[in-house]
Every structure is written in C-alpha cells, then in structure tokens.
Design a protein around this ligand. Structure first.
Ligand code: SAM
Length: 445
C-alpha cells in the first residue's frame, strides 16, 4: 500500500499521469544486467532484450538464480537496475576517459563498476562509501569487476572537500534518498516514507553536496542522482546547486523512444514510461575560475622492486602498466600512471582496497592473491589451469574441498568455469586446498 501523502504529492507533481505511475509501481520490478568486458557474451535460460542507453545492458525476461551461476561470482556481469546505466551517456558526452573520478556514495558498486569499465586503463576512480557495513561489499564488487583502476575508500564526504581541493575531473553523488523509485523492489522504502523523511533527505543531500564541492575542479563535471521522484530531493536541490554553488546544467542527448522525462532541470526515469526503476539524474559543469591545482606530494611509500618482482611481474599481461607496493606480507598492483596520486591519497584517506592484490609472502615464496584471479590484467598462462564443471565450481565457491587431480604439479593453480577464472587452489597431491576468500563464499544456495 502506497502512503497517502505520497499519493497526494505525486498527484500534485504529475497530475492525472500519477495514476499510471501508481499502476506501474504495483507491477513486478524489471531485471537487468550489465556485462563486464572480461567476457564476450553470456547466455541465460530466458529471453533478453537490449537496454537502449547502454551497449552492455540487457533486460532479462525472468529472474535467474544468480547465486547458482559461477560467472556471477566471477564478476562477469552486474545485476544493475537499467535506469542507472544511463550514467554511461553522461560519461560519454562529458567526461574524458583519462579523468580522475570520485564516486562519493558508492556501495554496493553498480555505478562504480560502470565508471571503472568506462575509464579502463586510462583514468582513476576513487570509490567511496561512508557506511562501514557497506564498504566491504563495494570492495568485493570492485575487485570482481577486475579493472584495477579503482581505490576503494571509507571516508566522510567532508574529507574530500577539505583535503582533495580541485582534484577531481568528475564527482558523482548518488545520494541516499527517500527511495520512492525503489518502492516496488523494497517494501522497507515504502514503510519508511514520510514527508518529514523527504525533507530530511533533501537537507542531507545538500549537506553532502556542499561537503564535497571543493573537491571538484573548476570546469569539472558534477553528476547528482537519486532513486526518488519528488522535486524537493531532485529539481530543488539541482537548482540550489546551480545558484548557490556555481555550476551550469548540462543537457544530455537522449532518444524520444527511451521514455525519459525532462525535469526542470535533469532527467526523470518514471517506471510507467521507462523500462526500469525510478531514477533522477542531472549533470552540471562547475564554473571555470583560476584555481590552485591539487598537489601530489612526494611520499615515502614503498613501491617499485620487491624481492619477488620477477615472479610477480610474470603474472601480469602488461607488467609495465602496474606499480607494485609491498605492505607487510602483501603486494598490491596499482596503475603505474596514477601511482604518485594514489600514494598521496592513501596518506590521508582510509583505503579499503587499492588496485588489486597481487601476491602474498607465504613461507619462503610468494602466493598469488585472489584478487589477481579476478583482474583483467592477469596473464592466465602464468598458472596451470583446471576447468571445473558446474557442481565443482559451486563447491569451490562455497569454499569446499575439491577432489585431487593427477598429473598436475604441486603448485598454485587457477580454477576456471567456462574458461573464466574463479580463483586459486593449491595442489598438495592428495587434495586441492581451496584458496577462495572465506568472507566471499556462498553461504546458502
Ligand atoms: N551508487 C550506489 C550504486 O550504484 O550501487 C548506490 C548508492 S546508495 C543510493 C547511497 C549510498 O550513500 C549508500 O551506500 C549509503 O550508505 C551512502 N550514504 C548514507 N549516508 C550518507 C552520507 N551522510 N554521506 C555519504 N553517503 C551516505
């Protein structure tokens, strides 16, 4: 049951069209996925069709049990609400691929994985989540996506405004909101909705925008989005941003048959007009003005050669693209081109993960870290591979032991499903030790 005050406010906002919205909110949510470019194609046991505003986005006519698909756990696709994929259009139209981007409210990582794929090997993404319980799933999703171009941080918004002045070419604020656009997916959002909560969300959104504003370079692009319909959290905040913070609204090219509704300003995705959940998104360009660029500091972070350098580099397709940092037993690979910036940022931000874990000192040698197996940069041929059938792949992902194999060396081996890496095992002769991260294992099927 929709809240009475919500019905009244949508009538005010949409007039007679509101009834169509209410009917759409009674229907089943739409299932959609976005493909990772680590694979070429994917098959599901249901019909599918293309999401018109993202070339890697697909609507599925059913909702497969994703937990039972090893490729889901290997990061081959992200189950993402279709409207959110519109972010791609804004990036393509206004954000160069070599940009330094901040995704301020990033968990669980739908938009961050999209940005990470868009930036590829050129740009750098700082993907931040302030809520502690949510930052680990963000880091897991980023590692599974596997681009290695992302630093996952756990900080409050104001540290970016204070310490990263004029650093970012683009900042995305996908703000916590009253969630009207999620009503058909999330009964909790309906239960929590009230006019007072809308007001509280609108104020919190302004405070987040204000806190992070100085981190955006003059001339840079701010993208503000919510998954709610009301104008208080959307248009009114967008207007406030242009008037009080100093930015111009950017128009985004769209096609009429996408069913997107233009706001004043911004773009609304209403489920009675667009195939997807509710979304509001608006892009701005911060006014140009002379500014002191962010200064990358000389730090004494240890990067460069480690004792195991030759071996570690042999695990990478293009070793020169990666700088290796050793901290305690762990070796991390990060984009060589952004190493100095990453070193500076990690001196004051709480970093949960950087690039991808490459290796870990174990006894007298070095063992590959799980995150390497997810990375697109890994040279698969550096490891002996063992292709698993479905049941064994799921057993592996549940952290169960696998039967021993014959004729393979006693060493770390890569296990794959349909040719896609799932992780590592160690062949110790009479068994294969399962090296899948315990905290990521499938708990129930
Ligand atoms: N961008 C994410 C995605 O695409 O998967 C979804 C983000 S969700 C709409 C908003 C996020 O903001 C949540 O992860 C929430 O924990 C976080 N958040 C909550 N309060 C916040 C605050 N005061 N400042 C910044 N982020 C906050």
């Amino acid at each position: 049951m929709l809240p009475v005050d919500f019905i009244e406010s949508m009538h005010q906002q949409l007039g007679s069209e509101a009834e169509q919205l209410f009917r759409a909110l009674e229907k089943e949510p739409v299932t959609s996925i976005r493909l990772n470019d680590k694979i070429d194609s994917l098959t599901f046991d249901c019909d599918f069709s293309e999401v018109p505003w993202h070339f890697d986005g697909y609507y599925l006519d059913g909702r497969p049990q994703f937990t039972l698909d090893p490729l889901f756990h290997a990061g081959c696709y992200y189950v993402q609400e279709a409207s959110s994929m519109f972010l791609q259009q804004i990036l393509e139209q206004y954000v160069p691929q070599d940009s330094i981007v901040l995704d301020l409210c990033a968990a669980p990582g739908g938009k961050s994985t999209l940005i990470s794929q868009y930036l590829g090997g050129e740009g750098l993404l700082v993907s931040n989540e302030v809520v502690r319980q949510r930052v680990f799933i963000l880091s897991e999703n980023i590692q599974k996506w596997g681009n290695g171009n992302t630093v996952v941080t756990h900080n409050k918004p104001d540290i970016f405004g204070d310490k990263c002045r004029n650093l970012f070419d683009c900042v995305l604020v996908d703000a916590p909101c009253s969630g009207e656009g999620m009503f058909r997916k999330d009964a909790g959002a309906v239960a929590e909705w009230s006019r007072k909560n809308v007001q509280m969300c609108a104020e919190r959104q302004r405070s987040i925008l204000m806190d992070v504003w100085d981190a955006l370079k003059p001339g840079g692009v701010m993208i503000y989005s919510t998954c709610t319909f009301n104008t208080q959290e959307n248009e009114e905040n967008a207007q406030w941003l242009t008037e009080c913070l100093g930015a111009d609204v950017l128009t985004v090219d769209t096609e009429p048959d996408w069913g997107i509704t233009e706001g004043f300003p911004g773009y609304h995705f209403y489920p009675h007009k667009t195939r997807g959940e509710g979304l509001y998104i608006c892009a701005f360009r911060k006014h140009e003005e002379p500014f002191a660029p962010f200064r990358i500091k000389e730090t004494r972070q240890k990067t460069g050669k480690t004792e195991y350098d030759t071996e570690l580099r042999g695990w990478l397709k293009e070793p020169d693209l990666w700088a290796v940092r050793q901290s305690d037993r762990f070796m991390t690979a990060m984009s060589a081109r952004h190493k100095a910036l990453i070193d500076t940022l990690s001196s004051f931000l709480t970093c949960i993960s950087i690039g991808f874990g490459l290796g870990e000192v174990r006894g007298k040698g070095v063992a590959p870290q799980h995150s390497l197996s997810m990375a697109k940069a890994m040279k698969k041929e550096a490891f002996q591979s063992l292709e698993l059938p479905l049941e064994q792949a799921l057993a592996y992902l549940r952290s169960e032991a696998l039967p021993p194999v014959e004729g393979k060396p006693f060493a770390n081996m890569l296990v794959t499903y349909e040719g896609v890496p799932l992780g590592f095992v160690k062949n110790v002769g009479n068994r294969l030790n399962n090296l899948y991260p315990n905290e990521w294992r499938i708990r129930k099927l």
